[in-house]
Design a protein around this ligand. Structure first.
Ligand code: ATP
Ligand code: MG
Length: 464
């Protein structure tokens, strides 16, 4: 039996509605204002609240706001007088499920309430499904069985319930966008849009009109009014990818939007209230940029209320087997193949360093699935830099002379030897040499200076 709370300060209406819904075999409780309704909700959960907007003490909008803070699973439908349709529009933004104008037809009201209940049931079912998924070691489409990913799954679930801005960081290909989508799809905003924009892909003026919209005639080519993405994502989530690329002027404008929760379209006088949750991502070190002054510190603090840092794949190798299986299945399904993976191939994939992270693994498997003609993916279908990669090779050369070694100077020598070998193999290309040595270019340069071989790298480059 669905459980409804009817809230109206007018006693006669409360009585009529109580009768109507009892007849439909609802469990009905009635309240004369928002405060009483909240008390009832605390005492015993409800499936849906039908509330008047104008009431003394706590009005319907305030009630809605309170309910949404506590429990995203309750349906809320507003009854408004004709004159306050505007309020109802605002109410949608605050998360009302529906509204009906007074005076109304009871049959119409019944349909609205039934629909709201249906939607609530779907939402809670979805939530239960996702919980079950996580227990099996994945949420959304995110696969991962490592302790590190489990901590991230938990974080995703927690932040999905709140409104705070989230900053997702991590190397390229670690799954930042996937995390942003998972947060959205597990949040009460799941049935509203998720809109993603790459801040690095636009010039400053274009980015502004993309995000905030523009008025007709505000610049050449603006032939009509256009909504910005913040408005389009109303009620939902806006994903600001590569936020580290945003120009200083745009950073100021974004900060204002986050503070005021309003946007001003280009060329407009008035601001428009927006309710879109912001998730930002970057593969740059924003904190350092903030310290260096290349990113606004106040904006950094504003967006990093909840930081989620995705570890590189090489730091969570336990995830590789499950990811392999996931991608083999994905690409087999797409191509109508039915492939396994040979133990040797799996071993090579598990040992590799994956500097392009999950994206590189995904592409490697996509290619291998396409190429394989037998029933199992063989090492021949992998690129040679992956099959040739062998960290064990180093260990096999290990030996300790009977009379011992001067470990510190030996290590220094080894370091220099490896750096020089990497430069030789890459024709002096520092970026690729750093990749071979699995370190940031910055660290390689540091080693070049330390061993006084920076000029050597330059010579190698000019001699080819
Ligand atoms: N844990 C994971 N499970 C399944 N697929 C994943 C996982 N992590 C990443 N992927 C896949 O890898 C690819 C790259 O992920 P995504 O685009 O989210 O990375 P990113 O961190 O945003 O990278 P970039 O910084 O380059 O934009 C996507 O196809 C994504 O589906
Ligand atoms: Mg991305």
């Amino acid at each position: 039996m669905p459980n409804i709370i009817i809230v109206d300060d007018e006693q006669s209406l409360r009585q009529v509605l109580e009768l109507v819904f009892r007849e439909e075999s609802y469990t009905v409780r009635t309240a004369f204002n928002g405060i009483q309704a909240l008390e009832m909700l605390e005492a015993e959960p409800a499936d849906v609240i039908l509330t008047d907007v104008r009431m003394p003490d706590m009005d319907g909008i305030e009630l809605l706001r309170n309910v949404r803070e506590r429990n995203p699973d309750v349906g809320v439908v507003l009854m408004t007088a004709h004159s306050s349709v505007e309020t109802a529009r605002d109410a949608f933004k605050l998360g009302a499920d529906d509204f009906i104008e007074k005076p109304f037809d009871v049959e119409e009201l019944k349909v609205i309430i039934a629909k709201t209940l249906e939607k609530q049931a779907l939402v809670s079912e979805n939530r239960a499904f996702k919980r079950a998924q996580r227990e099996r070691g994945s949420i959304g489409n995110i696969v991962g069985s490592s302790a590190k990913m489990h901590a991230i799954f938990q974080m995703i679930e927690t932040v999905a319930e709140v409104q705070s801005t989230v900053l997702v960081t991590g190397e390229s290909g670690t799954g930042k966008e996937l995390v942003a989508r998972a947060i959205h799809s597990m949040s009460p905003r799941a049935d509203k849009p998720f809109i993603s924009i790459n801040c690095g892909a636009f010039t400053e003026t274009l980015l502004e009109s993309e995000l905030f919209g523009y008025k007709k005639g505000s610049f050449t080519g603006a032939n009509t009014d256009r909504k910005g993405l913040f408005e389009a994502a109303n009620g939902g989530t806006i994903f600001l990818d590569e936020i580290g690329e945003m120009s200083p002027a745009m950073q100021v404008k974004l900060l204002r939007v986050l503070q005021e929760r309003r946007v001003r379209p280009v060329g407009a006088h008035d601001e428009i209230p927006v309710d879109s949750r912001v998730i930002a991502a970057t593969n740059r070190d924003l904190k350092r940029m903030a310290e260096d002054g290349t990113f606004r510190e106040d904006l950094f603090y504003r967006i990093s209320v909840i930081p989620i840092d995705l570890p590189p794949l090489r730091d969570r190798k336990e995830d590789i087997p499950a990811l392999i299986e996931h991608f083999v299945r994905k690409f087999c399904d797409q191509s109508g193949k039915d492939l396994g993976i040979s133990p040797r191939t799996a071993q090579i994939l598990e040992n590799y360093a994956w500097h392009g992270n999950v994206r590189e693994l995904e592409h490697t498997i996509e290619r291998a699935v396409a190429l394989e003609r037998s029933a199992e993916i063989q090492p021949e279908q992998l690129p040679t830099h992956i099959t040739n990669y062998n960290p064990d090779r180093i260990r096999s050369e290990f030996s300790l002379p009977d009379d011992g070694i001067d470990l510190m100077s030996h290590l220094e020598n080894l370091e220099k030897t490896y750096v020089m070998e990497a430069l030789r193999q890459t024709g002096g290309n520092q970026t690729r040499a750093a990749e071979l040595l699995q370190m940031p270019v910055r660290s390689l340069r540091h080693l070049l200076d330390k061993h006084s071989i920076r000029s050597l790298s330059a010579q190698m480059r000019s001699s080819d």
